[in-house]
Every structure is written in C-alpha cells, then in structure tokens.
Design a protein around this ligand. Structure first.
Ligand code: SAM
Length: 318
C-alpha cells in the first residue's frame, strides 16, 4: 500500500469543504466539487482503499464481511452530521446542505415516474433523492461507499496526505450519519448496502430503475459502474455535470492534473459519451435533458440521461 507523506494539508485542499470546481481549462474556480468532507479528526481507517490504489481490490474483503443490508444507524444529533443536500426534516426542521435540489428534483431525475418502482440508487449521500423517490412511490435500495471500499481517490502524490484522508473519512462518517438521521425522521424503509457500485451483489436482485446521480465523475472507471447498473436495471437515470465545451461528441476530460491537485474527481463527461455507451449496452432508447441546480447559492449546469432497452413490443413491431 502506498503511504503518502503528510505535507501541510489544509481544509482548502480539493475535495474538502472549500474545494474548487473547475472551469473547462481545469483551473480551480469558486465552487466546491465535494463538500461532504467536513469535520474534525477521527482515527484513520486502515485498508486497501485508503491510498487510492486499492479500492477495487478491497471488494472481495468487503463482500465477505459486510451484511447485504446495513442495520440503520441510530443518529439523533444534527451536530454528528454533515448534509450534502438541503432538506426539510420532519423533526429537526430545515437543514442547509451543499446542494439544494428541492426546486428542481423532478428535472434532476429526468421526469421519470417512481410509482410502484423498485429503484437502485447509487451513492445517496444524505439521501434527498432516496426519500423523494420513496415519497413518490418507489421501494429504494441504495449502495453507498463503505469504509472498506472508501473513495475512489486520484493518487495525487502531494495533495492526498494522511491528514486529508483522515478528514475525508470523518466527513464520510458524518455524511452517513446525515443519511441515517433523515432516514429515521422520514420513517424511511429504504435499505442501504454498504459496498461499491463497482461490485453490485446479485443478492440485491433486479430493479426497474437505477439512479446514478453525480457519481460517475468521481469514479476512475465510470463505464464499469454504468455497465453494472445496466445488468440489474431496466431503466438508467444518470445525472452528471454538464460542460458545454464537451457536449456534442462522445468525449470526456481527465480532471486531475499535477497543478490542480484534485483528488476526488476523475472525469468531466459528455452526455453523448454516456448515450453512446448505453446504446452499446442495449439501452438505446435515451433522452437527454439539461437543467441547472442550486449549489451554494449558485446555479450549476447538469445533464440527465434516461435510457432503457427498447421494449419487446417495439421490437416486435419493427
Ligand atoms: C456527489 S454525491 C451525489 C449524491 C446524490 N446521488 C445526488 O445526486 O445528489 C456522490 C455520492 O456517491 C457516493 N459514491 C462515490 N463513489 C461510489 C461508488 N463507487 N459506489 C457507490 N457510491 C459511490 C459518494 O459516497 C456520495 O454519496
């Protein structure tokens, strides 16, 4: 396992609370890309995923030891939580998160109906989408990163210090706390599998819809995640950042450079790249919509792809 030397990590490192988003040239600009790493110190968690090189190798270990579904964590205090999403909690009231999807959630989710649907949600963070889809009539199973899998870190040699990793781990713990606090307050029945979308257990079964909201940009192998979801779901809803200079062709851009030090994000993706790959997988009925959502009081451009296999009825009629 690679161990990186500590070198003056601060909370302004990419991926931390004040981390930057990027303009098309890859330079840091004002908005944070990931804002869920807030918190004080905790003990570092040993494991192969910690150095950014072993996330995939950690799968089998995690699968052997992790239960299929997590027992709900009992979290009662807001100060134990970090919220990725703004949410109106039944008991605790309005909580401010990094992203406020409340006004645009239907556009975020591509306008699909969740009534009576079994939904696989990849990466719920604090679960705004989870509880929204549940309220809309879905049975939701979420896959969230476990400690064993950890984040799919870019192995930035200088930026990804043990201190940064330690704070990130604490932030992820608090993020999971936020999910469970909201889960309890909403009386949710959503189930969570702690693991990774790189390895979806067959025991989770099959789904009507898989939702992959702003996860692919953080994955070294985003197409593997799409392929895994396509194996188990009939319709995929994929949301990601929209970069106007990439739209129009099946393109992507590697985000991390030595200069920008970014370690939590891998790719800027175009919607065409996803629709082309989805068609390869047989999900050739695809619609793409563009929208903006609020992040830290600014509007951020996103796209949503909704893709399905052509129905057998339309195959017959051809
Ligand atoms: C940027 S947040 C998006 C939250 C939510 N899906 C949304 O669209 O608002 C990314 C989420 O994906 C999770 N995540 C990242 N990589 C993952 C992976 N390989 N498998 C499962 N979840 C992952 C993160 O822990 C986090 O909860």
């Amino acid at each position: 396992m690679t161990v990186l030397e500590a070198s003056g990590a601060t909370d302004t490192s990419p991926g931390m609370r004040s981390s930057p988003d990027r303009n098309p040239a890859g330079r840091r600009v004002a908005l944070g890309n990931e804002d869920m790493s807030v918190g004080e110190s905790i003990d570092a968690v040993d494991g192969p995923a910690r150095d950014g090189t072993g996330a995939l190798e950690a799968r089998s270990m995690s699968q052997v030891s992790a239960p299929l579904y997590a027992t709900p964590h009992v979290v009662t205090r807001l100060d134990q939580c970090v919220f990725y999403h703004s949410v109106d909690l039944p008991r605790s009231g309005a909580v401010k998160g990094t992203w406020d999807l409340r006004a645009g959630v239907d556009r975020y989710l591509g306008g699909v109906s969740f009534v009576g649907k079994r939904v696989l949600e990849i990466g719920p963070a604090t679960g705004y989408l989870t509880f929204h889809m549940e309220r809309a009539g879905a049975e939701v199973v979420a896959i969230e990163l476990s400690e064993a899998f950890g984040w799919d870190y870019v192995p930035q040699v200088d930026a990804l210090t043990p201190e940064v990793l330690r704070k990130r781990q604490l932030g992820m713990d608090r993020l999971r706390n936020g999910f469970w606090l909201a889960h309890a307050e909403f009386g949710s029945s959503a189930q969570v599998h702690y693991g990774s979308a790189y390895s979806i257990p067959a025991e989770l079964g099959s789904f009507d819809i898989a939702v992959i909201g702003c996860v692919l940009l953080h994955c070294r192998d985003p197409l593997k995640v799409v392929e895994n979801c396509a194996r188990v779901a009939r319709t995929l809803v994929i949301v990601d950042r929209r970069w106007p200079d990439l739209e129009g062709g099946p393109t992507c851009r590697l985000v991390p450079t030595r200069e920008n030090g970014i370690w939590d994000t891998w790719w800027d993706l175009s919607s065409s790249l996803l629709t082309q790959f989805l068609a390869v997988l047989g999900f050739s009925d695809a619609t793409v919509s563009f929208h903006e959502q609020e992040k830290l009081h600014a509007m951020v451009p996103l796209f949503t792809v909704v893709a399905s296999r052509p129905s057998s009825a339309s195959k017959t009629s051809c």
